[in-house]
Design a protein around this ligand. Sequence first.
Ligand code: NAP
Length: 334
Amino acid sequence: MSIGVGVLGTGSIGADHARRLSRRVSGAHLAAVFDVDPHRLSAVREELGVAGHDRAEDLIEDPAVEAVVIASPGSTHTDLVLACTEMGKPVLCEKPLAPTTKECLQILEAEVGRGSRLVRVGFMRRYDRGYVQVKRAIDEGNIGVPLVLHCIHRNLTAPSFFTSDMTMTDAAVHEFDVARWLLREELVQVAQVPVKRSPLVPEPLRDPQVVLCKSESGVLVEVELFVSSQYGYDVRCEVVGSTGLASLETPTTSAVVHRGLRIQGIAPDWQTRFALAYLDELQDWVDGLRSGHTTGPTAWDGYAATAVAEACMRSDDKGGWTAVSLVDRPKLYW
Ligand code: NAP
């Protein structure tokens, strides 16, 4: 039986998720959509021929909607996730789970209170085939003991509303989740490294930013975030181990050799770079719902990534190493 999925937020990623659910994911269908922006809502409704609602609550309560994708801005996630969990409806919530740990903890409390997991966080890099191979190399012991992780996250340009804190809560959380997932341990300390501002970036945005993190066992994780790099979307990851290294390579592209130059394109944006990962993520979520197995990044993972982002913002004020404060992990998430 096909699962009816509703999508809340039909902007950049929400519209893409709606298209994937409508055309490419098996075992599910797009049941309804909602966006506070009536133009975005009607564009997706017309393109996909799907029912629309006037309020998020109506979509969540719609009996035809058995599971919900939340793709509205991060500041709206907590209320929407809580409304879904109250109705007992599984959720795939885009990152960040919430921009503050206070809100993330409300979500954990709701899930722990009902005694089962309903929330999955959209850390889709865990489905990217390159990252999966890097993880396999670590898990199979092919590079020995991981010692240092280098992560790079560069966007072409940042939207005008983007802030230095959003670099942490909206962009860096991907890197923090990747590091925790690859290493299978929490990041427990962070330090901001002062970096010269790009002269092309409007005040007060600090760009690039570099943070250092330490894992429980002492692995050093270096993260560079440059949200207006001007040249493309570039995500890199290299894990240095005691006997070798594993690195994320640019997915297969073509190269043009011409007039003494060898030109190889890079992805302009996250939609292009991670297209397959978004599809695999959605398919895995739907397969899990159909089989009754809960897989993928949990609300705890969302909380832990936001906790590291928060510590980075605190570290910015104080300088030096700052502890990441995490509550004890509830049994539900072990
Ligand atoms: P976007 O293009 O601005 O789209 C968000 C849409 O949601 C907008 O149309 C917005 O309307 C609408 N909205 C606001 N409040 C809402 C509510 N309460 N209910 C329903 N719709 C609401 O943003 P986006 O780039 O798609 O990002 C959406 C989320 O996905 C963010 O959390 C972002 O961090 C995440 N994201 C994840 C990835 C990834 O790699 N996993 C990539 C991109 C984005 P208004 O503009 O009128 O507020």
